[in-house]
Design a binder for this molecule. Structure first.
Ligand code: N01
Length: 557
């Protein structure tokens, strides 16, 4: 058996969050090892390889800010980076910082148990690895537990079954195939136009029509890039103190402060420019006031009428079930126009639900669709799903799943009472998915890193958020959401996409800048809301040696 001396920390996940957390802890002299489910680094961008997968944060600020050399060297090609490009970026980060050696890849964590006597966690993977560490930092992403609906007969399908969030590494040849896409969220909306160009026929199974705004993707102008690179520190500063981690100012004007003609012109300009500006850069009250929201929603419905030739199909594509922006607004390239193609059919599952999946296709109440491939673009068990999948058990052997039966209770989205020495990067109750992720990830990583360094200097082997701090924060998260239209939508933000999941608003809507200030104030006040207990932390700083047992090691012991 190799040296199984306890580590100071384990990091779970090797995407943006895990790579940076690993680097910070290692550089700060902690003994740390990482475990990653995928066979490579990249996290979200390792798994989501579906055709058309692309980020809808612009490339200029969808990157780390702590690597000034890479920031200058990395080519900013297109406005929105595609999945292969982001994966290459993260691989480059891993190589430059020599991080690959610190992770065990292909290691899916299935058990994490806290031992109250020692104040340490024991981690186990499905592949047989084991490690013991004082601290656990989860960097498992918010959208990494795929939602696979249980349609009757699904296992009998004789063709190829795929999920956008778990796409195979080897290219999938869809040429000449009859393909179904189930789901019209961001993943469906990105992939359908690209799949339609490859496949013989695409049948889109839509349960709820979604609003989408043109991305207006394209190559970036060289001068623009040069100017951006000259001013990186200022753009980064703005993003850190913004509402959503974008370095732009949201609008301060109400939709009703301007005339109808001006309002339409404003929406038209934002539609033409592409991107999230349509929501945040036009009027300040679109997700606060129903009447204001209606003006934007109606604008998009009119656009659908203009773009889609068949009026019946246009009608089916028009979202009417929720205010625009209360489900995550996708950005698209050619989504609505794709429904003008002769090889694309739209099926409305509310009118004609799926009855079963057969060996040869999908049967709805209106008839059978013969298929070669079924693509599930059915999303994720968001925010809580990836954490609950880790098999976490805290004080008294209580599972996280049980503790969150009524919905997640966290302090700042980063810690959970009853689960000491566990930190959750971009966990529920933090801005996370409502922000440009690298900005929120960096803030969490740096805050956690500073906290652990601070604790190392103190007799504090066990760090735990108090029940009161978590209850107050959880209430605050709900109150802030309650001031908006968000709770009106049956969205994954609300847990509404997963049968049986409690309905509670999962991310924090208070803004990236305000949230950062709050976290900084907590730190400045000696990490108020946390109790530090136990003996000396016993973290000696840098250590060497191998602290992880590998499959088979335990058998040899
Ligand atoms: O998932 P979704 P997604 N029967 O949950 C439908 C991020 N992301 O993977 O609306 C039939 O949004 C479901 O229908 P309904 C981004 O944050 C980012 O598309 O629940 N249909 C919906 O249409 C995004 O929001 C990027 O009625 C079923 C769809 O499946 C998040 O990931 C790109 C069903 C799921 O939509 C998730 O997006 C892609 C069932 N049983 C994703 N169950 C970029 O940055 C679900 N559906 C660009």
């Amino acid at each position: 058996m190799v040296d199984a001396e306890p580590l100071d920390a384990v990091v779970i996940g090797a995407g943006f969050a895990g790579l940076y957390m690993m680097y910070r802890l290692r550089e700060d002299g902690f003994s740390v090892h990482g475990f990653e489910r995928g066979d490579g680094v990249g996290g979200t961008w390792y798994w989501n390889r579906y055709p058309g997968a692309r980020c809808d944060s612009e490339i200029m600020y969808y990157s780390f800010s702590f690597l000034p050399d890479l920031e200058q060297e990395w080519p900013l090609t297109e406005r929105y980076p595609g999945q292969p490009e982001i994966l290459r970026y993260l691989e480059e980060v891993a190589d430059r910082l020599d991080l690959r050696k610190d992770f065990t890849l292909g290691a899916e964590v299935t058990a994490l148990e806290f031992d109250e006597a020692s104040g340490r966690w024991t981690l186990r993977t499905a592949q047989g690895h084991e490690a013991t560490a004082r601290y656990v930092v989860t960097a498992v992403g918010c959208l990494s537990a795929a939602n696979q609906p249980a349609f009757p007969g699904a296992e009998s399908f004789g063709g190829v079954t795929l999920h956008t969030g778990n796409w195979p590494r080897d290219p999938v040849d869809l040429a000449g195939k009859r393909v179904a896409v189930i789901g019209t969220g961001a993943s469906g909306i990105q992939s359908i136009p690209v799949i339609a160009e490859q496949a013989a026929h695409v049948t889109v199974f839509q349960r709820t029509a979604q609003f989408t705004i043109p991305a207006e993707n394209g190559p970036l102008d060289e001068q623009f890039v040069a100017l951006w690179k000259q001013n990186y520190p200022e753009w980064r500063r703005r993003a850190r103190h913004s509402a959503a981690g974008f370095p732009y100012h949201p609008s301060v004007t109400s939709a009703f402060e301007v005339s109808e003609a001006e309002r339409r012109a404003t929406f038209e300009a934002a539609w033409g420019a592409g991107g999230f500006t349509f929501l945040s850069g036009t009027f300040r009250d679109l997700v606060l006031d129903e009447a204001a929201n209606d003006t934007a929603a109606e604008f998009v419905r009119k656009k659908i009428d203009e773009i889609v030739r068949d009026p019946q199909v246009a009608e089916m594509l028009k979202p009417r079930d929720f205010p625009i922006g209360t489900k995550r607004l996708p950005l698209d390239t050619n989504y609505y126009v794709t429904f003008n193609r002769p090889n694309v059919t739209l099926v409305d599952l509310k009118r004609t639900p799926v009855e079963e999946i057969t060996a040869t296709g999908i049967r709805t109440s209106a008839g059978h669709h013969d298929l070669d491939v079924i693509v599930y673009a059915t999303g994720f068990d968001a925010l809580t799903g990836p954490l609950e999948a880790l098999g976490i058990r805290g004080r008294g052997g209580r599972s996280l799943r049980d503790a969150w039966r009524e919905g997640p209770r966290t302090y700042l989205g980063v810690a959970v009472p009853g689960f000491p020495n566990l930190f959750t990067i971009t966990g529920p109750g933090s801005p996370s998915v409502l922000s440009n992720m690298p900005v929120s990830i960096e803030q969490h990583v740096e805050w956690i890193g500073e906290f652990l360094s601070w604790a190392r200097e103190r007799p504090a082997g066990v760090i735990e958020a108090t029940e009161q701090a978590a209850a107050d924060w959880t209430d605050h998260v709900q109150q802030v959401a309650g001031h908006t239209l968000h709770p009106q939508a049956a969205s994954w933000y609300m847990g509404a996409n997963i049968p049986g999941k409690p309905r509670i608003f999962l991310p924090y809507l208070g803004g990236v800048g305000a949230y950062r200030d709050r976290c900084s104030a907590v730190a400045a006040n000696g990490y108020e809301g946390f109790v530090l207990s136990g003996e000396e932390s016993g973290l000696p700083g840098e250590r060497s040696g191998d602290h992880v047992t590998r499959p088979g090691d335990h058998r040899a012991a």
